[in-house]
Design a binder for this molecule. Structure first.
Ligand code: SF4
Length: 73
């Protein structure tokens, strides 16, 4: 799973860091993906939290991709 945050969309609600703290942090007013997050996201519970964070991000700034295809829901 590839996880990224589009900083141009993020407005700093910090919800991603709250929902999936193993993968996201909140720094300088933006959600950021922690170093090593790809490994953490291999855990099924973490993956679910990441999916939820992406769905609930109020600005749709959390981007997920799995395998070759972009994650679409
Ligand atoms: S939930 Fe979305 S808007 Fe809020 S900090 Fe994370 S990426 Fe930014």
């Amino acid at each position: 799973m590839k996880v990224s945050v589009d900083r141009s969309l993020c407005y700093g609600s910090a919800e991603c860091a709250y929902r999936a703290p193993a993968v996201f942090a909140f720094e300088d007013g933006y959600g950021v993906v922690r170093p090593g997050a790809a490994e953490a996201a291999e855990d099924p519970r973490v993956r679910e939290a990441v999916r939820e964070a992406a769905e609930k991000c109020p600005s749709q700034a959390v981007l997920l991709a799995e395998g070759e295809e972009p994650f679409s829901g």
